[in-house]
Design a protein around this ligand. Structure first.
Ligand SMILES: CC(C)(COP(=O)(O)OP(=O)(O)OC[C@H]1O[C@@H](n2cnc3c(N)ncnc32)[C@H](O)[C@@H]1OP(=O)(O)O)[C@@H](O)C(=O)NCCC(=O)NCCS
Length: 167
């Protein structure tokens, strides 16, 4: 298993992941291909986003690749917290391919993302999840998350908020 950055090499695999994901809102949103005419355009937009321009904070995005060169999970690491990220989004957002769930990949990609956070000198990492997202809460607890106060989002969902000490 390894983390790789989105690049042209992963164009077809990325497309397959999105297809399998279906019509619901892509998580993390940085991997959403809609609104881009070509993959090259998507990659350019991702680079702008990662560099922290406009409304974005600097970020890094990775695919988790298995031994068959298949994308099994995705992660977006936000290097800084805004008020919104502090309440709702956290430093790290991830998803696992629907057909690859319940195999430990979320736990693994969060662990790998924490190593990247260490390189970025982020020593207290905030990870959040919806109150009803049991799989994500367990993923965070598997990575030594310590629960903080929850946040009531504008759409009425309750966000559970966890800190992971990453020293
Ligand atoms: C939530 C999500 C990331 C979990 O991925 P996963 O690869 O299935 O998670 P893991 O296999 O690492 O499982 C972690 C733990 O959660 C449990 N779990 C996973 N999905 C679960 C579910 N739907 N209901 C109950 N428990 C669940 C696992 O059994 C495991 O428990 P254990 O540690 O006690 O054995 C995945 O379902 C997903 O991508 N969902 C959509 C996107 C999303 O919600 N992202 C998180 C945003 S905060």
């Amino acid at each position: 298993m390894r983390l790789v950055r989105p690049s042209n090499e992963w164009k077809e695999e990325h497309r397959q992941y999105v297809k399998e994901w279906g019509p619901s809102r892509m998580i993390p949103s940085s991997f959403n291909l809609t609104g881009h005419d070509t993959y090259e355009e998507y990659l350019n937009a991702l680079h702008v986003r990662e560099s922290g321009q406009g409304k974005w904070v600097p970020s890094s995005n990775y695919f988790l690749i298995n031994e068959n060169d298949r994308i099994v999970a995705m992660v977006d690491i936000r290097h800084e917290l805004t008020e919104y990220l502090c309440n709702v989004g956290g430093h790290i957002g991830y998803s696992v391919r629907p057909s690859e769930r319940r195999k430990g990949y979320a736990t693994r990609i969060l662990a790998e993302a924490l190593l990247k956070c260490k390189d970025l000198k982020i020593s207290r990492v905030l990870v959040t999840c919806d109150e009803d997202n049991i799989g994500s809460a367990k993923t965070i607890l598997n990575n030594a998350g310590i629960e903080d106060k929850s946040f009531l989002d504008t759409d009425g969902t309750i966000k559970r908020r966890f800190w992971i000490v990453n020293e």
